[in-house]
Design a protein around this ligand. Structure first.
Ligand code: BGP
Length: 478
């Protein structure tokens, strides 16, 4: 087991799932702030009326806003070298269109970064982790409007300028490829103007999704180029939800189906963000699906000039691709796929595939040859306190151990892997269901689905285990 010296061990969060303090310190309303809680079986709802009839989990979340010192100290105790977090855009620009940033919001992140520094932890900042100021949905229909590129650019210039000495690693958009799937409507490109109701009733408009994604590609490239020109010390990364597909059988139809899913879900966005141009295979896809992406003169050049320095991704599962309509379907992160009989599933039905991570790391590195980082991975599970009042989450330890072993294998295969930040290193709100019950953390937070709980923090068994892993630089996984 060998991890390179300086390997970035850490953990990952997102502002909207942990900060809370949704209306504190001049913060504006974000998209997640108008989304209610849901469950494994009941979809979340978009309810901008903010009615007391509903519970909005982002409003308090785990109140990282007021607990950040305690939380970062716990991360330091585990030995974190890096902490992935996001900046909440409407905390800086409440409506996205102000000329001056909100100083109270700016000062909050100064305090967070200073606290990281005090503990020797490097922040890795996601600039946009599904946190658009909500008013931009009503005014512009989210990212379908090209004017969002300028608003994003302005936001980035302000945070780059302010935090240039505190942050080196930046990711432009979380899981930008989620908009290759209908879930991007709610999560990323936010083209749901005037809609309220269950997410299950949200109408998918692929044409708008791809247009909006194009605006995000240009925004990302423009910001990367700007960063390279003004802050040469910055490392700019893309962030992709890896949802790898195996062919369900060796039937060539399944093999081709898997290739198509790999291309249009996993490779499409990073081919643009890493290689700097739309991939050749996208032409046929657009034609056959009646999708027209309007590009301005100069966009292609901007995409070419704004390619990223490193590739990061989330990894939770793999799927199978099948042309058999009767095949069993399994649920997953952002979408589902054909069930793989060789794999176990989590409490939420997500397939667990550590070896798939090795496969995936090799595929990505073969394709792009730039440094990689696994910035999300983990097991969402029901944690129960034992008779001794502690959480003995050996299932989470097993999950992490197996994935770390496969990362080591990939490094031995020749992959340049920079770091690992497992998702929800501290329990936080689930993106897909809005639940607290779906816990990923190595730190337990006393907060429940009905909004109750005193928000106290406790170390789980995985906390002590991960501490040992980091201290041994991945040698001791016992
Ligand atoms: C990714 C998101 C995260 C996170 C994670 C786990 O898609 O980037 O924000 O929440 O999935 O998903 P969930 O919270 O639905 O279990």
């Amino acid at each position: 087991m060998k991890f390179p010296e300086g390997f970035l061990w850490g953990g990952a969060t997102a502002a909207n799932q942990c900060e809370g303090a949704w209306d504190v310190g001049g913060k504006g309303v974000s998209v997640p702030d108008i989304i209610t809680n849901g469950s494994h079986t009941t979809p979340r709802r978009i309810e901008p009326g903010l009615s007391s009839e509903y519970l909005y989990p982002s409003h308090e979340a785990i109140d990282f806003y007021h607990h950040y010192e305690e939380d970062i100290a716990l991360f330091a105790e585990m030995g974190f070298k890096v902490f992935r977090m996001s900046i909440n855009w409407p905390r800086i620009f409440p409506t996205g269109e102000e000329t001056e940033p909100n100083e109270e919001g700016m000062a909050f992140y100064d305090r967070v970064f200073d606290c990281c520094k005090k503990h020797g932890i490097e922040p890795l900042v996601t600039i946009s982790h599904y946190e658009l100021p909500y008013i931009l949905v009503e005014k512009y229909n989210g990212w379908t409007d090209r004017r969002l590129i300028d608003l994003y650019m302005n936001y980035c210039q302000v945070i780059f300028d302010r935090y240039q000495d505190k942050v080196k690693y930046w990711l432009t958009f979380n899981e930008i490829n989620c908009s290759t799937m209908y879930t991007g409507t709610m999560e990323s490109v936010n083209n749901f103007r005037s809609f309220h109701g269950s997410l299950a009733d949200l109408v998918d408009k692929p044409d708008e999704r791809y247009q909006a994604m194009h605006h995000q590609f240009v925004a990302s490239a423009r910001v990367v180029k700007y960063a390279h020109e003004h802050f040469p010390q910055f490392k700019m990364g893309c962030m992709i939800a890896q949802l790898p597909y195996y062919p369900h059988t060796c039937n060539p139809d399944d093999v081709l189906a898997a290739q198509q899913q790999m291309r249009m879900i996993n490779w499409f966005c990073s081919d643009i963000q890493v290689r700097g141009e739309y991939p050749s295979y996208s032409r046929r896809f657009f034609q056959e699906n009646n999708i027209t992406v309007q590009q301005n003169p100069g966009d292609a050049e901007e995409l070419r000039q704004g390619t990223v320095d490193f590739y990061t991704f989330s990894y939770y599962m793999t799927f199978c691709a099948s042309t058999d309509p009767n095949v069993e379907i399994t649920p997953g992160n952002l979408l589902g796929g054909a069930r793989n009989p060789y794999l176990e599933v989590s409490d939420w039905g997500w397939q667990i595939d550590p070896k798939g991570l090795r496969w995936c790391l090799n595929e990505i590195y073969d394709r792009y040859r730039i440094p990689l980082m696994v910035v999300e991975n983990g097991l969402g599970a029901y944690d129960k306190k034992d008779a001794d009042g502690k959480i003995h989450d050996d299932y989470r330890i097993d999950y992490m151990r197996q994935h770390i072993e496969q990362m080591a294998e990939a490094i031995a295969d020749g992959v340049d892997l920079m770091g690992y930040t497992p998702w929800g290193c501290i329990d936080l709100v689930s993106l897909s269901t809005g639940e607290m019950a779906k816990r990923y953390g190595m730190i337990y937070v006393n907060k429940f689905d009905d909004g109750t709980g005193d928000l106290s923090r406790e170390r789980k068994d995985s906390f002590f285990w991960y501490k040992k892993v980091i201290a041994s630089n991945g040698e001791d996984l016992s």
